[in-house]
Ligand binder design. Structure first.
Ligand code: NAD
Length: 460
């Protein structure tokens, strides 16, 4: 009898399903299937693979609502947000289909001694490990380029959000993906670690915490495997002194606390010009407190519960820490009234924060913002860059050129100017403790390809 992991609805605290906690034999079977399917899949033309990716997009669309409801039930993301996230999944597979069609798998190079055929070949079997906060989009970010490049894959979803992966398996079948090309193994950390350590896996694509990412990097280094790591963040949102708060207000949730703050690139450090500090703190408090919080299946709610009890404990311990560090609570800090069941935490804002406080330096992963004043743009940039992380960032001003110049100075993998919408056509990833490598954008396919040179002379 296999071990099982319970699946809990974070809005009701009810266990409503369980998943198998996959062991080494499950991982071995999945990697074996991916290996067996590898040669035939790699031999298909990029145009054929693009056709399969489009078929996944079509089949996904047909099950999108079912997946959205299942994801919300597992991770508590408000359904309107879950739906918006799922709507991007078919778009992402179609984008990678278009990249597959443009893929040049061979080029010829004239050399001093003859000529050479330079091939771009798939790296082999990919181990894709994903977190619970955006399960299907984050699978698509990995599987899209992997399949486009001609790799086969084993997906290990987060234990909190594995049920939608079963629906995704049916989607793959409906799309006609050949057996063994994509495999799914459920389980927790040990299952993920077994996948990373399996000698049949040639590349690991990981999204999750910095702690897990480092453990994965060590194992990949031991075996010299390719690895892409999308990790945590503590991104700064800089409001320039000419910011139009009426224009910024509708962006507050999506930029600073999307998914009840459980988003890696959320702008959880808000940097405000000292001359407008009070005004900005007040606007943030009014806006955050007016965002409806409650039952995540109600499309009118935009803050839900946190994903599990451990995550709520973690967020509450950071709120207590902020108080003990001397920061001043201006909003929230407790559990919302009337929501006695479910892992809810109120949207919370601290003022009087300095960048050396732990609440300004560590990823909290909840609806908790710190607001810090700055005197000059140079100081704002210095505070933004004084971080162990470098995943996201934001600059807000009606002067696009001025804001873009500030964005150029932020040490980070991506920075949004007056927007929080991440374009899938451009690379995304982190620097420093936020990770290595990039997903999305045309470059992302390169991470799933290896060069091979056949150099030759006319005769012997
Ligand atoms: P986590 O690292 O605990 O788990 C992520 C996944 O990795 C899960 O599937 C888990 O089972 C697996 N895992 C954990 N330890 C492992 C190990 N040693 N070896 C192999 N697999 C392992 O993270 P989480 O709590 O699920 O997600 C929250 C974290 O993810 C946050 O830190 C957040 O910033 C980060 N995140 C980053 C991005 C990004 O794109 N940079 C996106 C979403 C979330």
């Amino acid at each position: 009898m296999k071990k099982h992991i319970p699946v809990t609805n974070p809005a009701t605290e009810e266990v409503f399903a369980s998943i198998v906690d996959g062991d080494a034999s499950d991982v071995d079977a999945a990697v074996g299937a991916a290996t067996a399917a590898g040669e035939q899949w790699a031999a298909r033309t990029p145009a054929e693979r693009a056709g399969y990716l489009r078929a996944i997009a079509d089949a996904f669309e047909a099950r999108s609502e079912e997946i959205s409801e299942l994801v919300t039930r597992q991770n508590g993301t408000p359904i309107s947000i879950t739906r918006a996230m799922q709507s991007q999944v078919p778009v992402t597979y179609r984008y990678f289909a278009s990249l597959a069609e443009k893929l040049e798998t061979e080029s010829h190079v004239e050399t001093a001694s003859g000529d050479a055929v330079v091939r771009r070949e798939p790296v082999g079997v990919v181990g894709a490990i994903t977190p619970w906060n955006g399960p299907q989009p984050l699978i698509a970010w990995k599987l899209g380029p992997a399949l486009a490049a001609g790799c086969t894959a084993v997906i290990k979803p987060a234990p909190e959000t594995s049920l939608d992966a079963f629906v995704f398996a049916e989607i793959l079948t409906a799309a006609g993906i050949p057996d063994g090309v994509v495999n799914i193994v459920t389980g927790g950390r040990e299952t993920g670690a077994a996948l990373v350590a399996h000698p049949g896996v040639h590349k690991v694509a990981f999204t999750g915490s910095t702690v897990a990412g480092k453990a994965i990097a060590v194992e990949c280094a031991k075996q010299l495997k390719h690895v892409t790591l999308e990790l945590g963040g503590k991104s700064a949102g800089i409001l320039l002194d000419d910011v139009d708060l009426d224009a910024f207000r509708p962006l507050v949730m999506s930029a600073c606390a999307p998914n009840t703050g459980q988003t890696c690139r959320a702008l959880t450090r808000v940097l405000a010009p000292a001359s407008r500090y009070e005004e900005i703190v007040q606007m943030l408090s009014e806006t955050m407190s007016a965002i409806p919080q409650g039952d995540p299946t109600d499309p009118g709610n935009f803050f839900g519960p946190l994903v599990n009890a451990a995550q709520r404990d973690r967020v509450e311990s950071y709120i207590a820490l902020g108080r003990s560090e001397g920061a001043e609570l201006v909003l929230g800090g407790g559990r919302p009234a009337g929501l006695d069941r479910g892992y809810y935490v109120e949207p919370t804002i601290f003022r009087g924060v300095t960048n050396d406080m732990r609440i300004a330096r560590e990823e909290i992963f909840g609806p908790v913002l710190v607001v810090m004043p700055y005197e000059s743009v140079d100081e704002a940039v210095a505070i933004a860059n004084d971080s162990d992380y470098g995943l996201g960032g934001g600059v807000f001003s009606p002067d696009l050129d001025r804001a873009t110049d500030v964005a150029r100075r932020i040490v980070s993998g991506s920075v949004g100017v007056n927007t929080s919408t991440l374009p899938i056509e451009t690379p995304f990833g982190g620097v420093k403790q936020s990770g290595i490598g990039r997903e999305l954008g045309p470059q992302s396919v390169d991470a799933y390809l290896e060069y091979k040179t056949i150099f030759r002379a006319p005769r012997v």
